[in-house]
Design a binder for this molecule. Structure first.
Ligand SMILES: [Zn+2]
Length: 291
């Protein structure tokens, strides 16, 4: 499956013919292929159609030439069609195996990238610690309400109250009925959304590549369930890393003293409310501090 990089390389082949007369030769087999930026003229004497991609073929009696797909089929018929189909299948497999090899060869860089996302100052491990410190200072019901908001992406804390004369009138012009008022907004809620970055990095990025590294590209490709798993993993890889980056950025926005103190609005008990209104974000430790 030799790939030729220049016309000169093809011309060096033993028995190379730059012009082939129709009917003088029979097709033997495909020897290699080429794809050039410049178009070449078809080697068939009476054709000369320019093309970029084609095959180097061996002929009977012994000779070598180059030919495009269309002319190959027209001149040599079924034998050529079958050979070129088979050849293209082989090329496609080789391309796939090369791509798997390249991905596996990138594993060390990927591990470095993951370690950075895990261990940096505001990385995935920090987020886990911060979130544990948060859960510790909240009562169960407040934490639950917060997580509900995370899942529903409901950042606004609203209060419903009676409309008064001081408020703009309702659509019907009346000053009665109820008003919904936003009293606080949580920022960076998305940073707390499951799955946790630490879990994404471990389960969706790290564990799979370590598994794949135990096999050769060939073994991965030949095992249909493994290959399917590999392809899904590879397709989603950039997305997973991106999602982790985004969540970590959002988490930094979430963990601030004013934002944490918004938790008081989720409390139902007074003592709870007071405790939460005094929460502090400790920038040095990267943890939530109760009073
Ligand atoms: Zn031609």
């Amino acid at each position: 499956m030799r790939k030729f990089e220049s016309l000169a390389e093809i011309e060096l082949l033993p028995g190379y013919l730059s012009k082939v007369k129709r009917g003088e030769f029979q097709f033997l087999r495909i020897y290699g292929w080429y794809q050039f930026k410049d178009r070449l003229r078809c080697s068939l004497a009476d054709c000369g159609t320019p093309h970029n991609r084609g095959y180097v073929v061996m002929l009977i009696p012994q000779a070598t030439t180059k030919i495009g797909n269309v002319c190959g089929k027209r001149i040599f018929g079924e034998a050529f069609t079958a050979a070129s189909n088979e050849f293209e299948r082989g090329l496609a497999i080789k391309r796939t195996l090369d791509a798997i090899s390249a991905t596996l060869a990138g594993a060390p860089q990927l591990e470095v990238k993951i370690a950075e996302l895990m261990d940096r100052a505001r990385g995935a491990r920090w987020l886990r610690r911060a979130q544990i410190s948060l859960a510790r200072v909240c009562s169960n019901d407040v934490y639950q309400r917060l997580m509900d908001r995370v899942l529903r992406r409901n950042a606004e804390i609203v209060k419903i109250r009676h409309r008064t004369d001081g408020d703009p009138p309702a659509l019907d012009g009346s000053h009665s009925g109820f008003l919904t008022e936003v009293i606080a907004v949580f920022h960076g809620l998305k940073g707390l959304a499951p799955p946790e970055p630490i879990q994404v990095l471990n389960e969706h990025v790290l564990r799979p590549i370590r598994e794949f590294l135990e096999f050769s590209p060939e073994e991965i490709f030949r095992n249909s369930s493994k290959y399917k798993y590999y392809r899904t993993w590879e397709r989603d890889l950039a997305g997973h890393l991106d999602a982790v980056e985004q969540k970590l950025r959002q988490a930094e926005i979430f963990f601030t003293t004013p934002n944490l103190r918004n938790l008081q609005y989720l409390a139902t008990r007074n003592d709870d409310r007071i405790t939460l209104s005094r929460l502090q974000w400790n920038e040095q430790t990267g943890l939530v501090k109760g009073s």
